[in-house]
Design a protein around this ligand. Sequence first.
Ligand code: GLU
Length: 474
Amino acid sequence: MTSSPASTSEVVTRFAPSPTGFLHIGGARTALFNYLYARRHNGKFLVRVEDTDRERSTDEAVKAIFDGMAWLELFADEEPVFQFSRADRHREVANQLLESGHAYRDFLTADETAALRDQAKAEGKTFESPWRDREPTVDDLLKPHTVRFRRPADAPVVVDDAVQGAVRWDTSALDDLVILRSDGAPTYNLAVVVDDHDMGVTHVIRGDDHLNNAARQSLIYDALGWTRPTFAHIPLIHGPDGAKLSKRHGAQAVHEYAEMGYLPEAMRNYLARLGWAHGDDELFSDEQAREWFDLGGIGKAPSRLDFDKLAHVNSHWIRLAQDDRLAKMTLDVHLSRDHVLAPDDEARLLRAMPFVKDRAKTTLDLADQTAFVLKPRPLSIDEKGRGLLSGESGERISRLRDRLALFGSWDVFALEAELKVFAEDEGVGFGKIGPATRAALTGGAASPDIAKTLAALGREESLGRLDDALQQTK
Ligand code: GLU
């Protein structure tokens, strides 16, 4: 990283999470918007870990955030920047501001500051330290002090936000921000400005809870003579009821969505649409998102989480996903449900995928709907199944078994035709055969049509299960 901004033609965006917990879906959406904007403009997408708050930042949180981003396949174009490691550079810039008169040393103690702040509040004024206009003596300089940014007095500060439009503040309402604490630690807004500048960030896309910071940060940019980035403050995500997203609305962490069986591409599609629109398009690919994403399409109103919509988007992407990938994911769900791995599992799941993927909203659904292929033999046939397999019906299933054993092709269409012919030969409707066959093949578990069930199980397993069942119900 250099300390001069990137060439003006290149778009540089960044995602700047504070590592104090998991990757929240709001954060994931911010990351995605920054990523898409950079891609759209052939620019760079960077990540900065804002770990200046040493008490709240943890290594586990850094890992959780990177894991969440990796799951969503949002990779930065450069190594991440860790904000805390840049504290010297932040102090250097604070000194630059002191030298240019845009900052001053404040020798008030914490108690004095609190008292003056209360007094200002009671008088309806903005707190101001007397040190704003006082020259420290050489003795003063030896005492502990903070460094405050000297905001321009009584001037408007206007942020031309790409989402919110022109937002105006009066500097008389803002106080002089502490930029270095008395222990020399740089504070948040200074660090953000210095890092964004040094990283060459041209577009700051983030949650609108940072809008007020944009006013303060703009003043610092101006004082340093640095070009401000374009700010785009996106409205936060709300729950389905319109209230600010909280625990009671359910999952908030990206990894929870992974565990609930959503595909990363579905999550990206859904999150891109959450607060941003390209006409009426609801289902779009990563390529389309990269081509279409613009700041003008971001809405001003908070978006609401809609789990039905997410399920709809997810089922779309499940239908389009490769069967082998879905089979692997589904196997993982089965394993997480204490299934004991058997050699043929993945092959069976793979064969079952085309028959279940059209009806699944999540990979958990895929696991539910494929449980029948992984059942260990011999299947136990419940009371109802035994009933279905007794007497005449059992004899019919036995004839079906023999017919299938001679059957050459184990393709689903051929099986379907064969079952039809068999029913005709038996002189019964398929309703007389289906339930008993299913009971024998799955032990009563849910499964697709019989021909599909047979195709998913494969020849050997199907015949074996029929034999087991007939054996049990003799
Ligand atoms: N670290 C801040 C946060 O996690 C983001 C700051 C920014 O994007 O400027 O909310």
